[in-house]
Design a binder for this molecule. Structure first.
Ligand SMILES: NC(=O)c1ccc[n+]([C@@H]2O[C@H](COP(=O)([O-])OP(=O)(O)OC[C@H]3O[C@@H](n4cnc5c(N)ncnc54)[C@H](OP(=O)(O)O)[C@@H]3O)[C@@H](O)[C@H]2O)c1
Length: 186
């Protein structure tokens, strides 16, 4: 039996990479999806390949007006939201010092997620922080990293782990997951 049938999930950055793999994992368990990203064509391509019902919601998560619009659309069309995957992100590599801005942003995201978990606990909303190591996506390729694919994570590895956390019974929260390539951090 599909374990997420009747549930609605929103995935930011669902058009490719880790977000797309999570979309496939959730759709495979019967969830109805809303995929968010900036590029409408990429969203349309992703939705076409999904095994279940999904709709696109184009928007830039850096823009408050876009974010408000996305949630208005969810309210209007679905009237519920069970799972939010806050996945969209970009990578920059520039001196001062190479990975500093990206790393700072990820520490910020982790702090935000930890505090959110405490704030939302009273409402019965579970919050999980997922910390993957290097994964084989466009982000890695843009960085020019030529590490063999066999040595890094595949997006599906992260997606499987995310799905397992979601499928825990309501009484259990997977607070943080670190999933790294067995070959070690690069
Ligand atoms: N790949 C890795 O090694 C790795 C490791 C650890 C953590 N992560 C994190 O995992 C997440 C996904 O990474 P990925 O490797 O799958 O990246 P990716 O392949 O580059 O995909 C990024 C996704 O986010 C969307 N996106 C980017 N900026 C956006 C914005 N401002 N508003 C809305 N959507 C936006 C992109 O679509 P559009 O460009 O069309 O908007 C795309 O769907 C990121 O947060 C990344 O930092 C990745």
């Amino acid at each position: 039996m599909e374990k997420l049938s009747g549930k609605v999930a929103l995935i930011t950055g669902g058009s490719r990479g880790i977000g797309l793999a999570i979309s496939h994992a959730l759709a495979g368990e019967g969830a109805a999806l809303i995929l968010v990203g900036r590029n409408r064509n990429a969203l349309a391509r992703a939705i076409k390949a999904l095994p279940g019902p999904a709709e696109a919601c184009a928007g830039d998560v850096r823009r408050p007006a876009d974010v408000r619009g996305i949630f208005q659309q969810v309210r209007r069309r679905r009237r519920r939201l069970d799972i939010l995957v806050n996945n969209a992100g970009v990578f920059t590599y520039k001196p001062f010092a190479n990975c500093s801005a990206y790393t700072a942003s990820k520490f910020g995201a982790l702090g935000f997620t930890r505090v959110l978990r405490k704030e939302l606990r009273a409402l019965g909303i579970r919050v999980t922080a997922v910390l993957p190591g290097v994964a084989d996506t466009a982000m890695l390729r843009a960085f020019g990293n030529d590490t063999p694919r066999s040595k890094v994570l595949q997006p599906e590895d992260v997606a499987r782990t995310v799905l397992e956390a979601i499928l825990q019974p309501g009484r259990a929260t997977v607070e943080e997951i670190a999933i790294l390539p067995s070959s070690g951090a690069l």
